[in-house]
Design a protein around this ligand. Structure first.
Ligand code: HEC
Length: 114
């Protein structure tokens, strides 16, 4: 390969991985927006299937969040809404969502909404 071809190949590889990282971030942000729809509202209660308080996620331990999501996915923990939400999540997505909610960013995002 000539030096310019190598430079182009390196550029394409770098640009490709940057796009991939952006995609993952976007997917995660969309998921978090979905979770926030229920979990981000202080003292929010669902009306279906019965009046139920939505637990706060911000500040919970990442391990706890991952195991709760896995339990919903497997049906071990039975709550239809959360089961439907957890079912399509991969282990990696669960871990990333859990990391987000266990981090300070989630707590301050919740604090701002008060
Ligand atoms: C339609 C509303 C709704 C959406 C959207 C939603 N949740 Fe939930 N979630 C609930 C409710 C209600 C519960 C309590 C269910 C129960 O008691 O088992 C819950 C429980 C949980 C729990 C267990 C918390 C605990 O304290 O035991 C976790 C973890 C969780 N959700 C994560 C998520 C994540 C991550 C998302 C986004 C991918 C999400 N939820 C989206 C309504 C929702």
């Amino acid at each position: 390969m000539s030096p310019s071809r190598i430079a182009i190949a390196a550029f394409v590889a770098a640009a490709g991985s940057a796009y991939a990282a952006e995609d993952t971030k976007l997917v995660l942000e969309n998921k978090i927006a979905q979770c926030q729809g229920c979990h981000g509202i202080p003292d929010w209660k669902t009306a279906f299937p019965e009046v139920y308080r939505v637990p706060k996620l911000g500040g919970q331990k990442a391990d706890y969040i991952v195991s709760a999501l896995k339990a919903y996915k497997s049906g071990e923990r039975d709550f239809p809404t959360m089961r439907a939400i957890a079912a399509p999540l991969t282990d990696d997505e669960m871990q990333k969502l859990a990391n987000y909610y266990a981090s300070a960013a989630a707590l301050s995002a919740q604090a701002e909404k008060k």
